[in-house]
Design a protein around this ligand. Structure first.
Ligand code: NAD
Length: 514
């Protein structure tokens, strides 16, 4: 299918999720590199969002009733469909988000792998099991299972428009929920493409995954409908609003928010590898990565070599939208002002700037920028920059590095470079974040079995892994009496001495422990 045909399909699909007559307002999605219109999409209001969720609710029963095997079969068909059309979807991601085609392929590959894992592990993580009943209920059998919630609303960002929402969508679907997804207003075509692909790959349960498009108000409508859980990925500022709206209907929320992730480079680190990872972690995707490295704390022993290596490596980077470009334009134009403010603020406070290959990166682009000697109080160290920038700070040792890495209101992820496994594991454990990669960056995101999520202002709850499946379920506990006991303690008919007998038994079993 050509890109033009595909765009017709996705636009039709987005419009087709609701009664066209109910939605008159539309908005354009434009390519950040050229300004060309990528697609025109409905601004779904309260009524349209309500109708979509009602359809999802009707489909949720059918989807849940398919059971683990039936759902796995359909999620497998969906993943196959995506895998066969990787280049087509990557073209769209390149156009609408701006990232290089190769990076889009990497992103889609991760999403496909997570789909496979979620579908393949749902039964083991969530299915019915017997648990030990314990001494007081020894005559009962006890059962635990994790049941779907119903309809999960997913609100997503634009920076990883396939991988990030799929972390919620795949796991929520595998757990037996229907999903309504509100993509970012900067990447609606990608969201609509994903839903159109679902309809094409899994027509018998098409309404189990639908999309609504629009701005913040459409997201707020999804919170208010209500849905049975709202999985939000975006900035901490919007996260607060989403929580407040969800509070109106007591809708539980999952919050995947921003970060200010740090890398620690210890005395014995492989400096060249650490620099390579820091540059990729900071600059890939134009730095628009929630788990991107924004700060490095390098010990005095390695600082000079590390700075020299990073400086040499950023010279090779060139933003652009051609095939050789290392990263693309800023997807959201207003983010350029945030990056400029952070850099200006840091230089005003005495920071030194090491800029990469293209000082004048062109309109819509930001040159790779490394900042040295930035005061810890400045915005470039404290706030999420979300651009191709990196601060590098000299510290006495790894302990000081850890202290500074943890001195942030965020706590999403981070990285430790050290040749000592024990030392690195100890630092990783004490890093105040949901995820840490040792001797690499971002790797945890590509391990489907590992949970993904933050602490502090980076949010709460987890996608990915067993935790990510359980996030979209409610635990259900059942006991079944197998045989009656001669003495039933939970009956008004119990004998007068039963409590004394119980106290004696408890004394014998537990009383000896001091
Ligand atoms: P954003 O907060 O501006 O928007 C996110 C989504 O929320 C969009 O779909 C938007 O339309 C919607 N929205 C806006 N106002 C709303 C409201 N009042 N009610 C409901 N929905 C509303 O974020 P963004 O600029 O799209 O994404 C960048 C941010 O996302 C960064 O902070 C980044 O770190 C974060 N992020 C986090 C993760 C993670 O997994 N932790 C992953 C990717 C991005």
């Amino acid at each position: 299918m050509s890109l033009a045909e595909q765009m017709d399909t996705v636009t039709d699909a987005a419009a087709g999720t609701v009664d066209r007559h109910a939605t008159t307002e539309t908005f354009e999605s434009t390519a950040p590199a050229t300004g060309a219109v990528v697609g025109v999409f409905p601004v779904h209001g309260d009524a349209a969002v309500g109708a979509t969720v009602a359809r999802a609710r009707a489909a949720a029963g059918q989807w849940a009733a398919l059971g683990f095997d039936g759902r796995k079969q359909r999620l497998t068909a969906y993943r196959g469909y995506l895998a066969r059309r990787m280049h087509e979807l990557a073209d769209l991601v390149h156009r609408e988000n701006g990232k290089p085609h190769a990076d889009a392929i990497l992103e889609i590959s991760l999403a496909v792998d997570h789909l496979a894992w979620a579908a393949g592990h749902a039964r083991k993580a969530l299915g019915p099991r017997r648990v030990a009943s314990g001494m007081l209920a020894a005559n009962h059998a006890s059962y635990l299972e994790y049941q779907p919630l119903g309809v999960v609303g997913v609100i997503g960002p634009w920076n990883y428009p396939v991988f990030t929402p799929m972390g919620s969508i795949a796991y929520a679907l595998a757990a037996g929920n229907a999903v309504v997804f509100k993509p970012s207003e900067f990447t609606p075509a990608i969201g609509a493409w994903l839903a159109a692909a679902w309809r094409a790959a899994v027509p018998d349960v098409a309404d189990a995954f639908q999309v609504v498009t629009g701005f913040g108000a459409t997201g707020a409508a999804l919170c208010r409908v209500p849905v049975d859980k709202l999985a939000f990925t975006g900035s901490a500022a919007t996260g607060r609003k989403v929580m407040a709206t969800c509070a109106e209907t007591l809708t539980p929320v999952l919050m995947e928010l921003g970060g200010k992730d740090a890398m620690i480079v210890d005395d014995d680190a492989d400096v060249v590898a650490a620099a390579d990872a820091a540059v990729w972690g900071a600059m890939s995707n134009g730095g628009q990565t929630c788990i991107g490295i924004e700060r490095v704390y390098a010990t005095s022993a390695v600082y000079d070599r590390f700075v020299a290596e990073v400086s040499a490596q950023v010279q090779k980077l060139r933003p652009g939208s051609d095939e050789e470009a290392t990263y693309g334009p800023m997807t959201m134009p207003s983010q350029i002002d945030v990056v400029r403010r952070h850099v200006a603020d840091a230089t005003a406070a005495g920071a030194r700037v090491v800029t990469g290959g293209t000082d004048d990166a062109g309109e819509g682009y930001v040159a790779p920028t490394v900042l040295l000697d930035v005061p810890e109080t400045s915005a470039a160290v404290r706030e999420e920059t979300f651009g191709p920038t990196l601060t590098i700070t000299r510290v006495a040792d790894a302990e000081e590095a850890l202290q500074r890495a943890n001195a942030t209101s965020y706590g999403l992820a981070g990285s430790v470079f050290s040749a000592s496994k024990d030392r690195a594991m100890d630092l990783a454990r004490r890093m105040r974040s949901g995820m840490t990669s040792i001797n690499s960056v971002l790797t945890f995101a590509s391990v489907p079995a590992l949970p993904f999520g933050g602490v502090g202002e980076s949010g709460f709850g987890r996608i990915h892994g067993e935790d990510g499946l359980k996030e979209f379920t409610r635990a259900k506990a059942i006991t079944r009496q197998r045989l009656p006991l001669p003495v039933n303690l939970m009956s008004f008919g119990r004998p007068a001495g039963a409590a004394d007998a119980l106290a004696r038994v408890m004394g014998m079993v537990h009383g000896r422990h001091r």
